[in-house]
Design a protein around this ligand. Structure first.
Ligand SMILES: Cc1cc2nc3c(=O)[nH]c(=O)nc-3n(C[C@H](O)[C@H](O)[C@H](O)COP(=O)(O)OP(=O)(O)OC[C@H]3O[C@@H](n4cnc5c(N)ncnc54)[C@H](O)[C@@H]3O)c2cc1C
Length: 378
């Protein structure tokens, strides 16, 4: 008899198992995939850790979470500085003085701010002339927030590829804010801490799962563990919320990303880990060159080949990876009903992005588990 049967070995399940085992509880982790780690799993190809389920950059402002993961593994100095490619012209992201210089040739914050304000005012005046006071859709919202040039070259078509709908038909609330930085700073995150585990994310999973019994290729619903009370006192479930209840109220919708990953016979393909393609010219949204997450400067040339993944935003169908919850009114209402059912399940903890039907970055998932154990992170 285990104290905990943990379904899923992603960051939620693995962190839970780690903290429970530290406190002397007997845990069994079951995982339906052939490997541990959930979406942070990396596959080694040509000596490069490939982020198989999408590029993952660890970032947090929470010092306790940062100290917790750093006691398990060391992190490198990776700083996320994506670049946007619009019809072959490159712009730094997030929008900052480098971007404004590339866009308009302005060199001072004052000139950049004036240019943005001028274009925002144009958009607002155009709406007013049509008798509109509030943006009616994402296109109007974007134009009012940053003006024509930034919206049209860096946001509009990228967003249309993500949602497969024109911005003029998307609701304005999808983009609430579009921060602009009047400093020369290409660091995508504002957090105090960021990096990639040295040696890749699998090291973090291995450290979390050390000494914990686990079984891969074991689907909760298609194994003896479905009758979990025969095996454990408590269940920690990190799989899809609707699946736990046999989809009895209907299916929750997701969006996903499909990856086309290839080996290229050059040591350095795009010179950066992340390049966003912001026009319809390319059907993919981003190209990830994985080696740049862990190799810097001349070290990039130590390996003769490179691995790149094109990312294609797609609607979710059965058999695909459910990546992003769709927080529209139908899905939010359905998730609330499932949460009510979940609250009535005795002995079961529902946690993580699938079981909560909520997008979580990695650090908040860890924080959540640390809080469950009600301890300072150690
Ligand atoms: C494309 C993408 C990019 C991301 N990039 C970042 C980033 O840059 N930075 C960041 O901080 N966060 C990022 N995230 C978020 C990060 O992936 C999550 O925070 C993290 O994966 C959450 O862990 P989890 O345990 O909740 O879920 P998961 O990692 O999905 O783990 C759930 C596990 O449960 C298993 N499972 C499901 N059903 C069953 C079953 N029936 N039986 C057995 N096992 C089951 C699954 O196979 C999976 O291994 C990204 C997410 C996505 C989708």
């Amino acid at each position: 008899m285990y104290d905990y049967l943990i379904v899923g070995s992603g960051l939620f399940g693995a962190t839970f198992a780690h903290l429970a085992a530290q406190r002397g509880f007997q845990c069994l982790v079951i995982e339906k995939r052939p490997h541990l780690g959930g979406n942070i799993y990396c596959e080694c190809m040509e000596g490069i850790n490939v982020h198989k389920y999408g590029a993952h950059i660890f970032h947090t402002n929470n010092k306790e979470v940062w100290d917790f993961v750093n006691r398990l593994v060391s992190f490198n100095r990776y700083t996320n500085c994506p670049v946007a490619n619009y019809h072959g012209k490159l712009f730094n992201l997030p929008f900052n003085m480098n971007t404004f210089y590339q866009m308009w040739g302005v060199t001072t914050p004052e000139d950049a701010a004036a240019k943005i304000e001028e274009q925002k005012a144009e958009a607002i005046a155009k709406m007013k002339a049509e008798g509109v006071t509030e943006p009616r859709n994402l296109e109007e919202q974007g134009l009012c927030l940053v003006g024509k040039d930034i919206f049209e070259k860096l946001i509009k078509e990228y967003t249309e590829k993500q949602w497969e709908r024109p911005c003029s038909e998307l609701p304005a609330f999808i983009i609430k804010r579009l921060p602009v930085r009047l400093v020369y700073d290409n660091n995508y995150f504002n957090d105090a801490f960021q990096g990639i585990p040295i040696g890749g994310y699998n090291r973090l999973t291995e450290a979390l799962m050390e000494g914990v019994e686990c079984r891969t290729d074991t689907d909760f619903f298609r194994s003896e563990y479905r009758n979990w009370r025969r095996h454990a006192r408590q269940l920690v479930y990190t799989g899809p919320l609707d699946e736990y209840f046999g989809f009895c109220l209907g299916k929750l919708d997701w969006r996903t990303v499909c990856f086309k990953t290839r080996i290229i016979d050059t040591p350095n393909y795009q010179g950066n880990a992340v390049v966003n393609y912001t026009s319809h010219e390319q059907p993919y949204t981003r190209v990830i060159e994985h080696k740049h997450f862990e190799m810097f400067g001349d070290a990039v040339y130590d390996l003769p080949k490179t691995i790149v993944s094109e990312e294609y935003s797609s609607p979710y169908k059965d058999g695909m990876e459910p990546f992003y919850p769709i927080n529209d009114s139908r899905n939010d209402a359905l998730a609330r009903e499932y949460h009510l059912l979940a609250a009535k399940e005795s002995g079961v903890t529902f946690g993580g992005r699938l079981a909560e039907y909520k997008y979580y970055d990695m650090a908040p998932v860890i924080e959540k588990v640390l809080n469950l154990f009600n301890t300072p992170a150690r």
